[in-house]
Design a protein around this ligand. Sequence first.
Ligand code: ADP
Ligand code: ADP
Length: 234
Amino acid sequence: PGIIDIKNLYVSYAPGTPIQRHALRGISMAVEKGEYRAIIGPQGSGKSTLLQVMAGLIEAEGRVSVCGKDLRHKKNRDGLWRQVGIIFQYPERQLFEDTVFNDIAYGPRNMGLSEDEVRRRVKAALEAVNLDEEVYCLSPFKLSGGQKRRAAIAGILAMEPEVLLLDEPTAGLDPRGKRQLMDLFSNLCRKKQVTLVLVTHDMEEVAHRADTVTVLYRGRIAMGGTPKEIFARC
Ligand code: ADP
Ligand code: ADP
Protein backbone atom coordinates (compact mmCIF):
# COMPACT_ATOMS: atom_id res chain seq x y z
CA PRO A 1 0.00 0.00 0.00
CA GLY A 2 1.14 3.55 -0.75
CA ILE A 3 1.47 6.48 1.62
CA ILE A 4 -1.70 7.63 -0.15
CA ASP A 5 -4.18 4.87 -0.96
CA ILE A 6 -7.52 5.59 -2.58
CA LYS A 7 -10.16 3.05 -3.57
CA ASN A 8 -13.42 3.83 -5.31
CA LEU A 9 -13.62 7.46 -4.28
CA TYR A 10 -16.75 9.45 -5.05
CA VAL A 11 -17.37 13.08 -4.20
CA SER A 12 -20.55 14.99 -4.93
CA TYR A 13 -21.24 18.64 -4.24
CA ALA A 14 -24.76 19.59 -3.18
CA PRO A 15 -25.98 15.96 -3.19
CA GLY A 16 -29.72 15.45 -3.40
CA THR A 17 -30.32 18.91 -4.88
CA PRO A 18 -31.00 19.95 -8.48
CA ILE A 19 -27.51 21.48 -8.68
CA GLN A 20 -25.71 18.27 -7.64
CA ARG A 21 -22.24 17.90 -9.19
CA HIS A 22 -20.36 14.59 -9.30
CA ALA A 23 -16.86 15.99 -8.91
CA LEU A 24 -15.10 12.60 -8.58
CA ARG A 25 -16.56 9.37 -9.95
CA GLY A 26 -14.78 6.24 -8.84
CA ILE A 27 -11.12 7.18 -8.38
CA SER A 28 -8.65 4.46 -7.32
CA MET A 29 -4.96 5.31 -7.06
CA ALA A 30 -1.90 4.89 -4.85
CA VAL A 31 1.09 7.17 -4.33
CA GLU A 32 4.29 5.66 -2.93
CA LYS A 33 6.34 7.25 -0.17
CA GLY A 34 8.87 9.67 -1.70
CA GLU A 35 7.10 9.75 -5.07
CA TYR A 36 6.53 12.89 -7.12
CA ARG A 37 3.04 12.61 -8.59
CA ALA A 38 1.56 15.16 -10.94
CA ILE A 39 -2.19 15.43 -11.43
CA ILE A 40 -3.19 17.09 -14.66
CA GLY A 41 -6.50 17.69 -16.38
CA PRO A 42 -8.69 20.50 -17.66
CA GLN A 43 -10.49 22.97 -15.42
CA GLY A 44 -13.36 21.31 -13.58
CA SER A 45 -11.96 17.78 -13.95
CA GLY A 46 -11.78 17.32 -10.15
CA LYS A 47 -8.10 18.01 -9.40
CA SER A 48 -8.63 20.39 -6.48
CA THR A 49 -11.33 18.21 -5.03
CA LEU A 50 -9.00 15.20 -5.10
CA LEU A 51 -6.25 17.17 -3.36
CA GLN A 52 -8.65 18.33 -0.65
CA VAL A 53 -9.76 14.76 -0.04
CA MET A 54 -6.10 13.75 0.38
CA ALA A 55 -5.68 16.55 2.94
CA GLY A 56 -8.70 15.35 4.93
CA LEU A 57 -10.60 18.56 4.21
CA ILE A 58 -13.53 16.92 2.43
CA GLU A 59 -15.49 13.92 3.58
CA ALA A 60 -15.85 11.43 0.76
CA GLU A 61 -17.37 8.10 -0.16
CA GLY A 62 -14.88 5.30 -0.65
CA ARG A 63 -11.68 4.26 1.07
CA VAL A 64 -8.98 6.87 1.56
CA SER A 65 -5.87 6.22 3.62
CA VAL A 66 -3.06 8.78 4.02
CA CYS A 67 0.07 8.23 6.15
CA GLY A 68 -1.55 5.06 7.46
CA LYS A 69 -4.66 6.88 8.65
CA ASP A 70 -8.13 5.84 7.55
CA LEU A 71 -9.80 9.12 6.57
CA ARG A 72 -13.29 7.72 6.96
CA HIS A 73 -12.84 8.62 10.64
CA LYS A 74 -13.27 12.31 11.41
CA LYS A 75 -10.63 12.15 14.16
CA ASN A 76 -8.05 11.05 11.57
CA ARG A 77 -9.04 13.79 9.11
CA ASP A 78 -8.85 16.44 11.82
CA GLY A 79 -5.32 15.45 12.93
CA LEU A 80 -3.90 15.06 9.44
CA TRP A 81 -2.50 18.62 9.18
CA ARG A 82 0.45 17.52 11.34
CA GLN A 83 1.68 15.17 8.60
CA VAL A 84 0.16 16.53 5.42
CA GLY A 85 0.74 20.07 4.14
CA ILE A 86 -1.51 21.59 1.52
CA ILE A 87 -0.69 24.69 -0.49
CA PHE A 88 -3.69 26.20 -2.19
CA GLN A 89 -3.70 28.41 -5.25
CA TYR A 90 -2.53 31.91 -4.32
CA PRO A 91 -1.47 30.90 -0.77
CA GLU A 92 -0.23 34.47 -0.14
CA ARG A 93 -3.85 35.47 0.45
CA GLN A 94 -3.63 33.52 3.71
CA LEU A 95 -0.78 35.58 5.20
CA PHE A 96 -2.23 37.35 8.21
CA GLU A 97 0.32 37.78 11.04
CA ASP A 98 2.14 41.04 11.87
CA THR A 99 5.57 39.82 10.72
CA VAL A 100 6.89 37.33 8.21
CA PHE A 101 8.55 35.46 11.07
CA ASN A 102 5.29 35.05 13.00
CA ASP A 103 3.46 33.98 9.89
CA ILE A 104 5.90 31.18 9.15
CA ALA A 105 6.06 30.26 12.86
CA TYR A 106 2.28 29.94 13.13
CA GLY A 107 2.06 26.26 12.10
CA PRO A 108 5.10 25.04 14.09
CA ARG A 109 3.83 26.89 17.19
CA ASN A 110 0.44 25.20 16.77
CA MET A 111 2.27 21.88 16.80
CA GLY A 112 3.45 22.68 20.32
CA LEU A 113 7.16 22.84 19.43
CA SER A 114 9.62 24.72 21.66
CA GLU A 115 10.39 28.30 20.61
CA ASP A 116 13.99 27.20 19.84
CA GLU A 117 12.74 24.52 17.48
CA VAL A 118 10.24 26.98 15.96
CA ARG A 119 13.08 29.42 15.25
CA ARG A 120 15.22 26.66 13.72
CA ARG A 121 12.36 25.63 11.44
CA VAL A 122 11.47 29.16 10.34
CA LYS A 123 15.11 29.78 9.45
CA ALA A 124 15.40 26.55 7.50
CA ALA A 125 12.13 27.22 5.66
CA LEU A 126 13.12 30.77 4.71
CA GLU A 127 16.42 29.45 3.41
CA ALA A 128 14.66 26.75 1.41
CA VAL A 129 12.43 29.28 -0.35
CA ASN A 130 15.33 31.69 -0.84
CA LEU A 131 14.15 34.59 1.32
CA ASP A 132 16.71 36.71 3.23
CA GLU A 133 16.65 36.98 7.00
CA GLU A 134 16.06 40.71 6.52
CA VAL A 135 12.40 40.05 5.79
CA TYR A 136 11.86 38.39 9.22
CA CYS A 137 10.57 41.54 10.89
CA LEU A 138 8.67 43.00 7.96
CA SER A 139 4.94 42.87 7.61
CA PRO A 140 4.09 40.21 5.00
CA PHE A 141 2.18 42.93 3.16
CA LYS A 142 5.47 44.75 2.47
CA LEU A 143 6.76 41.87 0.35
CA SER A 144 6.60 41.63 -3.44
CA GLY A 145 4.16 39.18 -5.02
CA GLY A 146 6.78 36.47 -5.54
CA GLN A 147 8.19 36.97 -2.03
CA LYS A 148 4.71 36.67 -0.51
CA ARG A 149 4.17 33.40 -2.35
CA ARG A 150 7.48 32.06 -1.04
CA ALA A 151 6.74 33.20 2.52
CA ALA A 152 3.37 31.45 2.45
CA ILE A 153 5.00 28.26 1.18
CA ALA A 154 7.70 28.53 3.86
CA GLY A 155 4.92 28.46 6.48
CA ILE A 156 3.88 25.01 5.27
CA LEU A 157 7.47 23.73 4.87
CA ALA A 158 8.23 24.75 8.47
CA MET A 159 5.80 22.07 9.61
CA GLU A 160 8.04 19.51 7.86
CA PRO A 161 5.17 17.57 6.31
CA GLU A 162 5.63 13.96 5.14
CA VAL A 163 3.25 14.62 2.27
CA LEU A 164 3.02 17.92 0.45
CA LEU A 165 -0.06 18.68 -1.65
CA LEU A 166 0.29 21.55 -4.12
CA ASP A 167 -2.57 23.13 -6.07
CA GLU A 168 -1.20 25.12 -9.03
CA PRO A 169 1.60 26.50 -6.83
CA THR A 170 3.22 28.58 -9.58
CA ALA A 171 0.05 30.28 -10.87
CA GLY A 172 0.65 33.93 -11.74
CA LEU A 173 4.46 33.87 -11.31
CA ASP A 174 6.91 34.87 -14.04
CA PRO A 175 8.91 32.10 -15.78
CA ARG A 176 11.91 32.57 -13.48
CA GLY A 177 9.79 32.46 -10.34
CA LYS A 178 8.04 29.37 -11.65
CA ARG A 179 11.31 27.59 -12.33
CA GLN A 180 12.71 28.44 -8.88
CA LEU A 181 9.64 27.11 -7.10
CA MET A 182 9.51 23.96 -9.21
CA ASP A 183 13.22 23.36 -8.46
CA LEU A 184 12.48 23.76 -4.76
CA PHE A 185 9.72 21.14 -4.89
CA SER A 186 11.90 18.71 -6.86
CA ASN A 187 14.63 19.09 -4.24
CA LEU A 188 12.23 18.45 -1.37
CA CYS A 189 11.23 15.21 -3.01
CA ARG A 190 14.73 14.06 -4.04
CA LYS A 191 16.69 15.17 -0.98
CA LYS A 192 14.18 15.00 1.86
CA GLN A 193 12.00 12.16 0.58
CA VAL A 194 8.88 14.32 0.90
CA THR A 195 5.98 12.77 -1.02
CA LEU A 196 4.62 15.31 -3.51
CA VAL A 197 1.27 15.54 -5.22
CA LEU A 198 1.25 18.53 -7.55
CA VAL A 199 -1.84 19.68 -9.41
CA THR A 200 -1.39 21.64 -12.61
CA HIS A 201 -3.10 22.22 -15.93
CA ASP A 202 0.33 22.73 -17.50
CA MET A 203 1.76 19.43 -18.71
CA GLU A 204 5.05 21.05 -19.74
CA GLU A 205 5.68 22.16 -16.19
CA VAL A 206 5.89 18.62 -14.83
CA ALA A 207 7.03 16.68 -17.88
CA HIS A 208 10.67 16.51 -16.78
CA ARG A 209 10.11 16.54 -13.04
CA ALA A 210 7.34 14.20 -11.91
CA ASP A 211 7.86 10.44 -11.48
CA THR A 212 4.27 9.67 -12.40
CA VAL A 213 1.27 11.47 -13.85
CA THR A 214 -2.45 10.97 -13.28
CA VAL A 215 -4.71 12.52 -15.90
CA LEU A 216 -8.21 13.43 -14.72
CA TYR A 217 -11.10 14.01 -17.05
CA ARG A 218 -14.62 14.71 -15.80
CA GLY A 219 -13.97 13.20 -12.39
CA ARG A 220 -12.39 10.00 -13.64
CA ILE A 221 -8.82 8.84 -14.25
CA ALA A 222 -8.35 9.02 -18.00
CA MET A 223 -4.70 7.92 -18.02
CA GLY A 224 -1.87 7.17 -15.65
CA GLY A 225 1.83 6.40 -16.03
CA THR A 226 5.25 7.96 -16.28
CA PRO A 227 5.45 11.35 -18.03
CA LYS A 228 7.04 9.59 -21.03
CA GLU A 229 4.15 7.16 -21.33
CA ILE A 230 1.57 9.92 -20.98
CA PHE A 231 3.15 12.32 -23.45
CA ALA A 232 3.65 9.58 -26.01
CA ARG A 233 -0.14 9.22 -26.05
CA CYS A 234 -1.09 12.92 -26.16
P1 ADP B 1 -23.26 11.54 -16.20
O1 ADP B 1 -22.72 12.91 -15.94
O2 ADP B 1 -22.49 10.75 -17.21
O3 ADP B 1 -24.74 11.48 -16.39
P2 ADP B 1 -23.45 10.87 -13.39
O4 ADP B 1 -22.84 12.05 -12.76
O5 ADP B 1 -24.94 10.74 -13.28
O6 ADP B 1 -22.96 10.67 -14.88
O7 ADP B 1 -22.79 9.57 -12.74
C1 ADP B 1 -22.65 8.35 -13.46
C2 ADP B 1 -22.69 7.20 -12.46
O8 ADP B 1 -21.59 7.27 -11.58
C3 ADP B 1 -23.95 7.27 -11.63
O9 ADP B 1 -24.95 6.42 -12.13
C4 ADP B 1 -23.49 6.76 -10.27
O10 ADP B 1 -23.71 5.40 -10.14
C5 ADP B 1 -22.01 6.97 -10.26
N1 ADP B 1 -21.66 8.10 -9.37
C6 ADP B 1 -21.20 9.31 -9.75
N2 ADP B 1 -20.95 10.09 -8.71
C7 ADP B 1 -21.29 9.38 -7.61
C8 ADP B 1 -21.28 9.64 -6.22
N3 ADP B 1 -20.86 10.79 -5.70
N4 ADP B 1 -21.68 8.67 -5.39
C9 ADP B 1 -22.06 7.48 -5.87
N5 ADP B 1 -22.10 7.18 -7.17
C10 ADP B 1 -21.73 8.10 -8.04
P1 ADP C 1 -10.35 21.36 -11.00
O1 ADP C 1 -9.48 21.55 -9.80
O2 ADP C 1 -9.85 20.28 -11.91
O3 ADP C 1 -10.64 22.62 -11.74
P2 ADP C 1 -12.52 21.01 -9.09
O4 ADP C 1 -12.18 19.90 -8.18
O5 ADP C 1 -12.34 22.40 -8.61
O6 ADP C 1 -11.78 20.80 -10.49
O7 ADP C 1 -14.06 20.89 -9.52
C1 ADP C 1 -14.63 19.66 -9.97
C2 ADP C 1 -16.13 19.88 -10.20
O8 ADP C 1 -16.77 20.16 -8.96
C3 ADP C 1 -16.45 21.06 -11.10
O9 ADP C 1 -17.59 20.71 -11.86
C4 ADP C 1 -16.77 22.17 -10.15
O10 ADP C 1 -17.67 23.09 -10.72
C5 ADP C 1 -17.41 21.42 -8.99
N1 ADP C 1 -17.17 22.07 -7.70
C6 ADP C 1 -15.96 22.31 -7.15
N2 ADP C 1 -16.09 22.88 -5.94
C7 ADP C 1 -17.42 23.01 -5.72
C8 ADP C 1 -18.21 23.53 -4.64
N3 ADP C 1 -17.63 24.01 -3.54
N4 ADP C 1 -19.55 23.48 -4.78
C9 ADP C 1 -20.13 22.97 -5.87
N5 ADP C 1 -19.45 22.47 -6.91
C10 ADP C 1 -18.12 22.48 -6.85
